[in-house]
Design a protein around this ligand. Sequence first.
Ligand code: SF4
Ligand code: SF4
Length: 439
Amino acid sequence: MSRKKTSPAKILSNCGKCGLCLSVCPVYQTLKEEQASPRARLQLIKAFENNTLEASPLLKDIISKCLMCGSCAVACPSGINHYERFMEMRQKMVEDLGESPAIKGLIYLLSKEFRLRAGTRMAALGQRITPEFIAGKYKLGNIPVNRFPTLNSLPVRKRIHSRVPPAPGSPPGKGSLVYFTGCATNYMFEDTGKAVIGILTSLGYEVIVPEAQTCCAVPLLFHGAAGRAADNIRTNIRAISRSPFDRVIVDCTTCGAALKDEYPGFIARAMANDHRTKSGWEELAEAANVISEKTTDILSFLGEHDLVFNTSPNRGPRHLGRAVYHAPCHSRNSFGTHAGVQDLLRRLPNLEYIPTAGEADCCGGGGTFFYEHPGTAGKMMDKKQAGIRAAKPDVWLTDCPVCRINLAGSLDEKDRIKVSHPVVPVYEALNREAGGIKS
Ligand code: SF4
Ligand code: SF4
């Protein structure tokens, strides 16, 4: 489900204050304060634009206390695109008050691939040499440092060839897919990267993994750093378009939302009115539209295939036990994946999928929300945890890397719950001898 497109003027005048967005907003539902609601944020933006309200740390805090989950835009009967409006307002807050010190370093790293590579290398070294009892004393948000995932010893994109051929014996003539790995898979979750490439090649696709790709730019856009985001967007459009492809596959729906919705919107805004990012977009606008049309998340893509799983009693995949699922906000709101993922999990022979009542409730991760607003994020996670612990799972699956970090960080050793991406058990369960697909 793509986000609605509405003109900025319409956005502010259209709010009928009906309150439907309040019922779906995880921040409002947690805090129960009007100023934490999508409706109130729109009114504050309106007052700011009418010059009756000045930029201030309090205003910036209220605008930033939003997960950018998009649930309000989906629920709004007036067709308001809150998402785009909040992003523009965050940019104005940065212009007037500067970047928030808490996330300045992250933005600096994410805006250049070589910095991110160097930063993750240093962090990996830090993880190796820091004793567990020291790392456990410090927290990022609510997450103890020793509960962060172990960084990949080598980035996924360095481990594999930039063109991976279809697996031997797989169905012929399936075409070429670009795999946009995102930063998290590249530097943190190599199990996801291996599974995505393994699944796609066993289905018969050639997988192109552009070496020059970089951060999708969503973290930069969400923090109002549009000028820095422009470079990342240009780099990715060029990297993806370098050779012909049939589809672009993402394993993170936030990256997917960037390629699908943010890039064309950003380019249109830059060409129309942003003097700092205006030049050079004409040649990329068409390529951005092609990428937007062809971008699909891996789980929706698998839903287009008739997968064959290995159900052999003797040589079947290892059973993973009871599994619960956390449906990330962007997967639900930008790609509408929830029901499809549930169907896929029910069909897997190597786990017992247990649906839980709060499965689609936000976990409070929200990019850097868990770090910037730990009090609110902690309340969301407590609610989430109550439903999960009752199900007594062995595995907690989710298809968003930030949610994965947040969920894993909320658990401890004695919980004995492994957190993973759904593609991992799917890859383990595929009958690779049959090419994983009915011919
Ligand atoms: S749902 Fe839309 S129209 Fe209703 S209060 Fe929220 S923003 Fe306004
Ligand atoms: S994007 Fe999500 S968290 Fe932000 S106001 Fe809308 S519903 Fe609330």
